[in-house]
Design a binder for this molecule. Structure first.
Ligand code: SF4
Length: 64
């Protein structure tokens, strides 16, 4: 998961949506605690600014 700090307005909608309490707003920007995140993607549509992106970080991975 990647949070685009330029798009994030710190509304906290993702914080409310996350069942794992993996997100918080720090200094007006959403911050992800990867140790709590289970990558279910629930927060992605919750963000009104499309600031959360699911990104496959495996080298060479195509995402499928
Ligand atoms: S992917 Fe799921 S667990 Fe991870 S931050 Fe988003 S809502 Fe929370």
């Amino acid at each position: 998961m990647v949070i685009d700090a330029n798009k994030c307005c710190g509304s906290g909608e993702c914080v409310k949506a996350c069942p794992e309490k993996a997100l918080s707003v720090v200094n007006g920007v959403a911050v992800l605690d990867e140790s709590k995140c289970d990558y279910d993607g629930i927060c992605i549509p919750a963000c009104p600014y499309s600031a959360i992106i699911f990104e496959d970080t495996e080298p060479g991975g195509c995402g499928f």
